[in-house]
Design a protein around this ligand. Structure first.
Ligand SMILES: Cc1ncc(COP(=O)(O)O)c(C=O)c1O
Length: 494
């Protein structure tokens, strides 16, 4: 195929179809919006005209030969892959397919501990075993920074039978250590590097951004195009290169796991987002970075709020400039309280944790947005400056890094057929020490599992969870109530 990056073949096809006069004798039943609820018309009408299905000329995601194939080939060219697949169920489905294509029941995969729950679900579906490798944790902020080569070396020595390593890069907070040496090491052992790059679809597309995982040598990479780029929510891509990954298996699982009626507006938004990057990516990302820099400068004038950055990251290009974490300098507001205050001023943040809030900017962030947030922060600082500092979460962060992420784990089996044979009971969370969790327990955000099914609930993990509950954090896997309950295995052994 000759590459014409100015084209958006799928979007163009949809537009052409929508612009002609035709009678729809196929699904969807809203018939290009004719059947819309009238109150929804102003919001939905134009998009419904593009909400079509696999009719002539519009190709088929599960057997692409025309516009979708072309759009995917253009995506591969833009993001540096040999082959790219459009995903219509986010990076979630990419992680599931990636793991299922690599692991059979009982196979072992090295997995970075601070993985998204979709990675754990992939392991469960595969019935695989995982050895969790802890990322480095910044001693000052408690933020995870990424994996060090030495940790992977140790894991490979202990578990040479592993199929490969699944890395989450960048972290939710935007940390992204280099991966080249890790990729090389794995390949020397004939093992795969799989990367959940959900938050890094823009990496490598501007000099101020870290290099992409593909450029570092990863074999398969999942990116949420909807997160930091401009596709519609759920729009994502899976990119592959090299001979190690079995592409036929990958395609087989994508067909099983994805809807047979994929959304065309969503797929076309992937095509458009790709075209935007292909033609003016660096310029647009540069403007977004300028807006963030304005925010950072404005923040420096507000002594009540501090930007939280891990130490010693300045020397290498491994931090996403679009992620900015801020906290109350004087410990009066927790991250959760700061989030509420910002919302009261019309500013909605990505994530709150015990000490800070995470602001996500993008190429679409404007100077007006920046000014509005700075104004809100000024107003909040005036309102709280009577308070004295009470919140000190450093101990909680330390307990998180030292106990929830302890070095290299033992192999954890995700074979559901074993797990389902054990009976379960519900106990008050406070009484769960020493028991085996039957649930995945995930404080949300950031959606990183603290306990997986079959894992021992240690005193430290319990203390950490109780502290989060007391602070009002949302925790998936707990049964809400007074007291909060947790499902555990009734038999003593995993
Ligand atoms: C690291 C990571 N991986 C995967 C996902 C799932 O991505 P998606 O929402 O595109 O399915 C998320 C979602 O927040 C995530 O943070």
């Amino acid at each position: 195929m000759t590459i014409d990056k100015n084209r958006a073949p799928l979007f163009e096809r949809l537009m052409r179809h929508a612009e002609q006069s035709y009678v729809s004798l196929h699904v969807p039943g809203h018939k290009s919006g004719q059947g819309l609820d009238p109150t929804a018309r102003p919001y939905y009408e134009s998009i419904m005209r593009l909400d079509l299905t696999e009719i002539s000329g519009l190709d088929d995601l599960h057997h692409p030969e025309e516009a979708i194939l072309e759009a995917q080939q253009l995506a591969a060219d833009c993001f540096g892959a040999e082959e790219s697949f459009f995903l219509i169920n986010g990076s979630t489905v990419g992680n599931l397919a990636m793991i299922l294509s690599v692991c059979r029941r009982g196979d072992l995969l090295l997995v970075q501990r601070d993985a998204h729950k979709s990675v754990i679900h992939g392991l469960m579906l595969a019935g695989a075993r995982a050895v969790f490798v802890s990322p480095e944790v910044d001693p000052l902020t408690g933020m995870t920074r990424g994996l060090r080569l030495e940790a992977i070396q140790e894991a490979l020595e202990k578990y040479p039978e592993a199929k490969g390593l699944l890395v989450t890069r960048p972290s939710y907070y935007g940390m992204a250590l280099p991966l080249q040496e890790i990729a090389q090491l794995l390949h020397e052992h004939g093992q795969l590097l799989l990367v959940d790059e959900a938050h890094g679809a823009h990496f490598g597309l501007h000099p101020a951004l870290p290099p992409s995982a593909l450029a570092c040598g990863a074999d398969a990479v999942v990116q949420s195009t909807h997160k930091l780029l401009t596709a519609m929510t759920m729009g994502a891509m899976l990119h592959v290169q090299g001979e190690l990954i079995d592409r036929n298996e990958l395609k087989r699982y994508l067909t099983m796991l994805q809807s047979s009626s994929p959304s065309y507006p969503l797929m076309a938004s992937l095509d458009l987002s790709r075209r935007q990057m292909h033609t003016e990516g660096s310029e647009l990302l540069g403007k977004g970075i300028e807006a963030v820099e304005k925010f950072t400068k404005g923040l420096e004038l507000l002594s009540d709020f501090t930007r939280l950055d891990p130490i010693s990251l300045q020397e290498i290009n491994c931090k996403d400039p679009f992620k900015v974490t801020i906290k109350d300098t004087h410990h009066r507001l927790s991250g959760f309280e700061l989030k509420d205050e910002l919302e009261a001023h019309g500013c909605f943040v990505e994530l709150a944790d015990p000490q800070a809030v995470l602001l996500v900017f993008s190429l679409a962030s404007t100077e007006q947005d920046v000014l509005k947030v700075l104004k809100a922060l000024k107003a909040i600082s005036l309102a709280i400056n009577e308070k004295t500092g009470e919140i000190n979460n450093e101990e909680i962060l330390r307990s998180y890094s030292s106990t929830v992420m302890p070095g290299l784990s033992k192999p954890v089996s995700f074979d559901e057929s074993n797990v389902r044979q054990k009976g379960t009971i519900q106990v008050a969370l406070k009484d769960a020490e020493g028991m085996l969790s039957a649930e995945m327990v995930v404080p949300y955000p950031p959606g990183i599992p603290v306990l997986c099914p079959g894992e021992l609930i240690s005193a430290e993990v319990l203390r950490y969870l109780m502290q989060l509950v007391a602070m009002g954090a949302r925790i998936h896997g707990l049964i809400d109530g007074e007291p909060p309950m947790l499902t555990v295995f009734s038999s003593a052994k995993p």
